[in-house]
Design a binder for this molecule. Structure first.
Ligand SMILES: Cc1ncc(C[n+]2csc(CCOP(=O)(O)OP(=O)(O)O)c2C)c(N)n1
Ligand SMILES: [Mg+2]
Length: 437
């Protein structure tokens, strides 16, 4: 694990090629273009081979560079650290393990609570994708921003929103990070700079681009000491939406401090990514806009982390945006309402063997970074924390009826206010037939 070349950077267009190739530093070497791992279901892999004349890869003659974990390892060997031949220290490894385990345990608990009727609406779980959230977000400072999608619980936890607040939000309680008004798909925390879960796909990308613009404005116009970075997380299915392209353009044009993190889990609900996308290698769209594009194994937190360091570092140094495609897999259905009958069981079984948490565990054990007892102790601590979050959420009060129309910016007349001038929500029949209040 974590030792073979997987992250690819394609040479940017001539507009800033000299600078960007320089920035990709001594870790670059020429490789053959990667084959796209992709879904195993009904895919003609020959179509994606460079030797196939109709392959999208064959039609392009761009030079491909790679940033490999091997090279990173060699680089570290030259340093004076006692752990020179490893990608992480013991402390870093334990932090990554704890965060990934928290994400998994929290989501498993959500499933239980959802089926017990404690949550309402759609709930989308993140199981299997933990290496992406942890690999990126654990490198951030508190002031840095994260923008997510409807699959947002784990991004929020990685960014430091307490499990109690996330669980309470899911339970629709006043102690939730949005006072129970957001629910599963709309995690938000000003304190932790989590700028939202968004239910419409692609909706968060312009918000993230705006946040990155704010950082640049503070630094360059207001001359404030600001090197904040924004991470925008979104899925493969979202990369065929207009906002994605518009924001890549603006971010490159203005050299904004943002990283576009694509969590390519190969599926958009029941639509296979390779069926829906003319060129399934999303990372290649970065260079089309003049920014580097990386492709990394999103089931390996150490590889994700190495690429994340590079991309976040570029943004922090004022060198502009990066597009990173993390190839990952969700272990559960699209949402908890999805029976998950569309995906091939063989494909699911294949990715189950690549569980990112088990992979990190094995890496730490093989490299004597942690004993089984140490990892077990972390698991126990997190299991208790998640139990506590549920108890806390369960005991917390539901919002008052009067909160229903707070923060609703549209004129409530005709909607929230009845002809008698009274709030409709005060009518005892207002919520009849709904599960919520
Ligand atoms: C603008 C918009 N169109 C359609 C939908 C319906 N929709 C919900 S999830 C989804 C698939 C998104 O897939 P992807 O971006 O790969 O994210 P994943 O669920 O795999 O994390 C779609 C089309 C939506 N939420 N918003
Ligand atoms: Mg997807």
């Amino acid at each position: 694990m974590a030792c073979s070349a997987t992250a690819q950077i394609i040479q940017p267009l001539s507009i800033n090629s000299a600078r960007s190739v320089e920035n990709s530093d001594a870790c670059t070497k020429i490789l053959n273009p990667p084959t796209f791992l992709g879904s195993t279901r009904r895919i003609n892999t020959k179509l994606f081979s460079v030797n196939n004349p109709i392959s999208p890869l064959a039609r392009r003659s761009t030079t491909v560079f790679a940033v490999s974990s091997d090279v990173v390892k060699e680089k570290k060997l030259k340093s004076n650290s006692s752990l020179t031949n490893l990608l992480i220290t013991k402390e870093e490894g334990l932090e990554l393990f704890e965060d990934m385990y928290l994400g998994r345990a929290f989501e498993d608990m959500c499933a239980q609570m959802y089926y017990r009727g404690k949550m309402f609406g759609f709930v989308h779980l993140y199981n299997g994708q933990e290496a992406v959230s942890t690999g990126f977000i654990k490198l951030l400072k508190k002031e840095d921003c994260v923008v997510s999608t409807y699959r947002d619980h784990v991004h929020s936890l990685s960014k430091g929103v307490p499990a109690r607040e996330v669980m309470s939000e899911l339970f629709g309680k006043t102690t939730g990070c949005c006072r129970g008004q957001g629910g599963s798909m709309h995690m938000f925390s000003k304190e932790h700079n989590v700028l939202g879960g968004f239910a419409f796909i692609g909706e968060g990308i312009p918000v993230a681009t705006g946040a990155a613009f704010t950082s640049k404005y503070k630094r360059e116009v207001l001359k404030e000491d600001c090197d904040e970075v924004t991470l925008a997380f979104f899925g493969d299915g979202t990369c065929n939406n207009g906002q994605f392209f518009e924001c890549l353009n603006m971010a490159a044009l203005w050299k904004l401090p943002i990283v576009f993190v694509v969590e390519n889990n190969l599926w958009a609900i029941g639509m296979s990514h390779v069926r829906a996308t003319s060129d399934p290698q999303i990372w290649k769209k970065g260079p089309a806009f003049g920014m580097p594009g990386f492709h990394v194994d999103g089931m390996d937190v150490l590889k994700v982390r190495e690429v994340a360091k590079e991309a976040i570092g570029r943004a922090r140094r004022g060198e502009g945006p990066t597009l990173v495609e993390c190839e990952t897999y969700r272990f559960r259905g699209h949402s908890l309402a999805d029976p998950d009958e569309l995906r091939d069981p063989a494909e699911k079984a294949h990715y189950a063997t690549r569980d990112p948490i088990i992979a990190l565990k094995n890496y730490m054990a093989e490299n004597k970074l942690a004993t089984e007892a140490e990892l077990k102790a972390i698991e126990k601590k997190i299991d208790e924390l998640v139990e506590d979050a549920v108890e806390f959420a369960d005991k917390s009060p539901v919002p008052a009826r009067s909160q229903l129309l707070e923060n609703v910016f549209a004129d409530p007349r005709g909607f929230g206010i009845g002809p008698d001038g009274k709030y409709r929500c005060e009518d005892p029949k207002f919520t009849q037939g709904t599960a919520h209040v």
